[in-house]
Write a protein that binds this ligand. Structure first.
Ligand SMILES: O=C(O)c1cc(=O)[nH]c(=O)n1[C@@H]1O[C@H](COP(=O)(O)O)[C@@H](O)[C@H]1O
Length: 311
């Protein structure tokens, strides 16, 4: 099961964090933009090439100490088909480097359309009998609020191709409670969605006790993290909102089990823009600053956890 590979990467690096590659052009150092604009003009192609160099340099610098990346599709779609090509190259390159790749697409639709999304991001596309990988991520973030018929096509791909999904349960944003905290009977909406994740995961169980159906629970809600960790013993958590959104290490520690496993914490802007925050950091050293931030974040998080172990 896909999350077994993620867990093994986490144990190997002793790092339960994922770098979000959400690369707005504003985050890319000037020297890269100048070079690419000179060659391709101030075009979508110039932007996409600049972002590709930015991503590749960061991946080269962090792949040995970081188990995974999470590219958010919107930041690539913003640069049109050239941007989407960069998304594809980023996914493939990170996988070649041994990283686990979760595409953040937050996809959901009716079953038939969901089959297309599932094929695009997790499966193989049938081109006249030839099966071709379209994007090839290891996992995809999805929205479960259309119910099981939106999730079943994803589960088919998870079983077939050893992939995983992360379902939005309690999101990190300020207004997440407007809907997600409402009560359905004696249970909140998010807890209800959490229980559905446990059910959906039943026949895609991995060997370390976690299923291929994970849940997104925001770092900005430590109490809910603790509540969900207790309630969903087989559900692996993706925890975004550390750093830039105000989530801290003590809070996110509630997402983990007694082996220091069961969750992975995301930081996007915190890592990509680390060079802008450091005193006197030359922009040419942006990836080294990203590496320093990955190490700082890892040390921060594991200082609140038991030793990360499979035993
Ligand atoms: O699914 C997600 O990854 C996600 C869910 C959520 O509840 N909150 C959230 O911030 N995210 C994503 O996590 C990333 C957070 O980015 P930073 O705030 O820059 O670290 C972005 O890619 C968001 O789209």
């Amino acid at each position: 099961m896909a999350f077994d590979r993620l867990i093994e990467n986490i144990v190997k690096t002793q790092n339960p964090s994922v770098v979000g590659l959400d690369p707005k052009l504003d985050y890319v150092p000037e020297y890269i933009k100048e070079k690419k604009f000179k060659k391709y003009g101030k075009t979508l192609k110039g932007a996409a090439k600049a972002i590709w160099e930015f991503n590749k340099t960061i991946i080269d610098e962090i792949h040995d100490i970081c188990p995974a990346i999470k590219p958010q599709a919107a930041y690539y779609e913003m640069y049109g088909y050239e941007g989407v090509k960069t998304l594809y190259k980023t996914i493939q390159y990170a996988k070649e480097k041994g990283m686990f790749v979760m595409t953040d697409g937050k996809r959901n639709d009716i079953g038939a359309t969901m089959e297309a999304y599932a094929t695009a991001h997790l499966g193989l596309t049938d081109v006249g009998g030839e099966l071709v990988e379209a994007f090839g991520a290891d996992a995809l973030t999805v929205n479960g609020y259309l119910g099981s018929d939106g999730i079943n096509p994803l589960l088919d791909q998870c079983r077939k191709y050893d992939k995983g999904i992360f379902v939005l349960v309690k999101t990190s944003n300020k207004s997440s409670g407007e809907l997600q905290d409402l009560m359905i009977g004696n249970k909140t909406v998010y807890a209800t969605m959490g229980s559905m994740c446990e059910l959906w995961g039943k026949d895609v169980m991995g060997k370390y006790g976690y299923s291929g159906v994970g849940a997104v629970v925001g770092a900005t809600y430590p109490e809910q993290l603790a509540e969900m960790r207790k309630a969903l013993p087989h559900t692996f958590f993706l925890v975004p909102g550390y750093g830039a959104q105000g989530g801290g290490a003590e809070g996110v520690s509630k997402a983990f089990d007694d082996h220091g496993l069961g969750a992975i914490v995301n930081s996007s802007r915190g890592v990509m823009c680390a060079y802008k925050k450091e005193d006197n950091c030359d922009e040419h050293d942006f990836a080294k600053a990203a590496r320093r931030e990955v190490i700082r974040m890892k040390e921060d998080i594991i200082s609140y956890l038991p030793k990360i172990t499979l035993e």
